[in-house]
Structure formats: C-alpha cells, structure tokens
Design a protein around this ligand. Structure first.
Ligand SMILES: [Zn+2]
Length: 127
C-alpha cells in the first residue's frame, strides 16, 4: 500500500500505533494525544494505515468482550442476554445504554462464530 514510502518519524509512528492499540483494546474508544494525531494526519504513511490500526484494535476489543460475555453467561450473569436456536447461541450485552452493545454468535459449544457491535433489536432478529 505504501510502496517505497517511509514514515518521517518512526518514533512517533511507534507511539501512535501503541496508543491506538492500548486505548482501542482497553477502553470504549480510541483516544490519541494531539501531537500523535497531528502526525497521523500529516504523515502519508501513517495516515494511510491509521484506519486499519483502529479497526484492528476494535476487533480485538470486541473479541475480548465476547469471551468475557460467554463466561458471564455461563454463570447466569443477568446483564448478558442469551438465546439459542438451531444449534446456535446468541449473546447480547449492552455497552452504552440498551441501544448499543456486543453481539456474539457461537456454536452449541460456545465457540465464537461472529462477534460484532449491535443493538438489542439486532440481537432479537438473529437466527
Ligand atoms: Zn508516520
């Protein structure tokens, strides 16, 4: 994608990547300090990869939430909703209010098939 191009400041690039992963994996959203954001906007190499890094961090966050939800549901945690149909299990846990949450589909042995963000309505429509 960035054939031959090099980041103008590898140290900032390193910090930017670390910060995206750290906040993306561990909190509800990716938050980047202004000086790193400035680099992400100004550097053609980093700006072309920024969105990909953010998406990777989000996928990682959703997956770790999904695993946690499955553990909680096994202990009958009431904050995790669960349905089962045709050998598949569906889990939903609200993250912000009731409208947005994490949706997980597993097989009958709780192996994750998909994990995504979605609403309670999405959860009720899954089959
Ligand atoms: Zn850069």
């Amino acid at each position: 994608m960035n054939s031959g191009q090099q980041c103008v400041d590898p140290e900032l690039r390193n910090r930017l990547f670390t910060e995206i992963m750290h906040t993306g994996l561990n909190t509800d959203s990716v938050t980047i300090p202004p000086e790193l954001l400035e680099h992400a906007n100004a550097c053609p190499v980093c700006s072309s990869e920024y969105q990909e890094w953010v998406e990777k961090a989000e996928v990682g966050r959703i997956l770790s939430r999904a695993r946690e939800m499955i553990r909680e549901a096994a202990q009958w945690d009431p904050t995790v909703q669960r349905r089962e149909t045709n050998g598949r299990r569906f889990y939903f846990k609200a993250v912000r209010g009731a409208s947005v949450g994490t949706l997980v589909t597993t097989d009958a042995e709780d192996k994750i098939i998909t994990a995504d963000e979605g609403s309670l309505d999405d959860f009720l429509r899954l089959q």
